[in-house]
Ligand binder design. Sequence first.
Ligand code: UDP
Length: 425
Amino acid sequence: MFLRQKNRIALISVCGDPAIEIGKEEAGGQNVYVREVGLALAQAGWQVDMFTRRSSLEQAAVVQHSPNCRTIRLTAGPATFINRDEVYSYLPEFVYSFLVFQQREGLRYSIIHTNYWLSSWVGMALRKYQPLIQVHTYHSLGAVKYSTMSDLPPIASTRLAVEKACLETVDRVVATSPQEAEHMRQWVSTKGTIEIVPCGTDIDRFGGIPQNEARQQLGIAPDAKVVLYVGRFDPRKGIETLVRSIAKSSLHGQANLQLIIGGGFHPGQSDGIELDRIQDIVNELGLQNITTFPGQLGDTNLHLYYAAADVCVIPSHYEPFGLVALEAMASGTPVVASNIGGLKFTVVPEVTGLLVPPKNEVAFAQAIDQILANPAWAFQLGQTGRQRVEIAFSWYSVASRLGSLYTQLLDRAASVSGSKSQVAA
Ligand code: UDP
């Protein structure tokens, strides 16, 4: 029998802790998405529990974000950082911990929204124990990621099989852009039901401060030409292309050109290794005097960096959505991005920024120069970007669309279950 606990939902994100600091290794867009969707759904009247794996003993087991929204950290494997690919073997323990939690709290979720393939496995396993509606967001597709790799990791075949089973069997897959939906059809399966609901951004957090004020607070000169990168240090983010494009820029050699590369890192881990590699390229190209690495940007300064920049560059090789593009646009800053994935959906060329072929440092240099050389046009691009985000990409609108989807699926399941019990009677 399908039991509906009204408006109670579990968001499951085994590896993207919604309560953790963002911008360091493996903590990026997925963490932001789960947290912001959770908070916005709670504001809209849902009881939201967000489940993740506990990765440190110092972490609280439960974080209460707002009266109806909390993060619950479940035990699954050792309470230490584990590379995502290695978490797979601990998923049965995650399922067990989830079931124990439900029982202890006297709860039974009838709808879950899983995030990333590892959580999709958890959702599909839970459905064997109780009637459950499952909605899934991939955040990244193994098939696309592996298509450019020559040496596949040992987990690859498992991930591909789980992603295919997920698309074919869960109640609804959410694609965050039409491009991601196309990738699913092309690379994963032609079966299953997909609904497009984009990501959002915090339109109150970004965009409230003029450029000169932000620069004053950050100690950046009013006449500087500021090129900004925000994101994780990962080779797939294409930071190398950006650095090489700055060496090719026609403004290279001018004292006021500045490159800011923002993002957290752990020395010795994969993001620390990528930072070292990028710093070597910066030094080799003689850009060390104009390049700064402010480290992880957060609540106190991320909005200032976006506002202070003349252009925000997103040189990714693969990006299912790309929250940074929305954040920059919400801040009124034009974007130069790779012409790929979700970036083709969010950035409108010549309207909110420019799109160029990925890995093409010459094309990036030309696009950055074009924006830096035309401040009035750049201002217009920024203004239109802000309008676009306000209209289409706030978390409120995302949560409202997801909320309608959940309600529709719950109502459908309740009516099927109702007609079954009538037949039985
Ligand atoms: N981010 C942050 N501080 C940093 C670097 C990144 O808060 O120092 C955030 C950034 O603002 C964005 C997210 O991390 O919200 C990155 O999301 P995106 O979708 O662009 O990339 P992903 O990390 O998912 O590949």
